[in-house]
Design a binder for this molecule. Sequence first.
Ligand code: B12
Ligand code: SF4
Length: 491
Amino acid sequence: MKVLFFHLVPHPSLLILQKFTYHYGIGIISAVLKQHGHATDLLTHYCLERQKIRKKIRDFQPDIVGISVTSQQVDLSEEVANFIYDEFGLPVILGGVHPTVRPEECIKIRGVFGICLGEGEYALLELIEAIRDKGRFHPDNLRIDNFWFKSGGKIIKNPIRPLIEDLDSLPFCDREIVDFQKLLNYHGYLEVRSSRGCPFRCAFCVNAAYQDIYLHKGRYYRVRSHESILDEIAYLVKKYNNITSLVFDDELICVNKKWTLSLFEKYRSRFSFPFNITVRADLVDKDFMRAIKEAGCNMVMMGVESGDENIRNNVLDKGLSDEQIIEAAHIIKSAGIKLWTFNMVGVPYETVETIKKNIKLNRTLEPDVVYVSTFYPFPGTKLGELCEEQGWISDRKVTAFFSDVTVLDQPSISKEDVAYYHKIFPWSIQYPRFVFIIKSLCRLKVSKGKSVYDLFFPLVKTVYEVRHRFKVSLNLVPVFFSLKRKKLPLD
Ligand code: B12
Ligand code: SF4
């Protein structure tokens, strides 16, 4: 059987980057299907590209189409599903985060034959083999766990199957489904996953919803064996060129520090690539950081999210004090490891003052890279529900990939302030001496509410992209100049 997957991305902005991003979910399902003798292919889209879809379907002749959907791409997945159904009559399956947390909404989409909730590897395998063996319309095909189907005006809801307990039983991700060498030539880092899930329950993250959906269905946080992870790296290093570093792209790799330390000890004896990992401030300690530095850790990514303790702990449910974050940053930097902080603006109950507090806190942390995203009320999360109840969601659409436009209309802060602080946030921390220029660029309006900054920044990003392709070493946006930092008071 042949399965054509779609990876839909929210917006053409940064499509270059996104195009070169690997989708693990599709990759692992594809590996399982290929292991069982089926063929797969993949299309990446940010809008309905009819000609490309027509050509691929004519050339590949799929038996079934699978679209991976996160919440910001649900409209696009509807357009793609409608188009494929109308033009080719193929069965279209939706899977991924959004069908899992909002199945009722997804199953109603015209042209959608079924939706897969949760893990898709064995559910999709079972479905395509049932279609192959019994024909597309056999009633047995409608009894496959994890799937909801539409049949005769009814919705058939099958139960969720247990979580895959032994991650080592899965094959390595199929990286041949994309031009993986091209991807590595572009950015050089190899992304690897060593675990699934996260035991925490932050109010803005989908993990809490997944823990509830999977209650009594097995252990939610699972790790692969060290051997399996290291063997996959060895296999990829042998197969591909131009790998310069590794990113452990887990939700949170260091949940069990003993396990993580032992992994990196073994890693060190086999590889010398520098690597990045994710941490939580309360899991950082001196010995751990020293040991992972010795193993080759170059940078850690740590969520700060808000500079206001009340918001961080009582709204975002992060469970971290300012002291813990400051101490963790100090330990990380003292160990000689770079720090990358993750922050949000426009979270529920945000004010201009709470954003300023976060700029101040980040300045104390002295991160090497600062990332700020605009809060989005994801369905199925505690804060998504709060925003819905409060009637704060003005529009679900995102206008850009790393958008500065908030979809919330909340009384404590205006949309304009969220967008403004989103723009100046990283500059205020890393290059405070440029902030007055950035502020002026933000305030100078050109047309349709767009500022000079709005026009200038995409240009800078493009320059960054182009230079990056030509292997000129630059740090991440917006770190373009390696000028000496100077601390300035927060205004
Ligand atoms: C690593 C990661 C990334 C990576 C890689 C993403 C990728 N596409 O693989 C990067 C950094 C690129 C990324 C980017 C973004 N991400 Co992200 N990311 C994650 C993270 C931490 C892990 C995903 C993962 O690899 N899981 C492991 C694999 C094996 O699972 P999976 O992808 O879910 O796939 C399984 C099932 O979902 C299902 N399945 C998936 N697709 C399909 C399709 C079919 C047909 C079937 C049958 C089944 C199926 O089967 C798979 C195997 O079991 C999740 C958190 C999470 N818990 O999911 C967030 C998460 C998915 N990301 C999220 C977001 C918002 C984004 C961005 C939009 C961020 C932004 N604003 O720019 C972008 C765009 C994503 C995109 N277009 O793909 C949100 C989505 C929330 C939502 N409700 O939609 C999550 C859930 C985090 C959160 N906030 O809670 N992300
Ligand atoms: S620690 Fe990170 S991955 Fe885990 S629930 Fe919180 S935000 Fe999500």
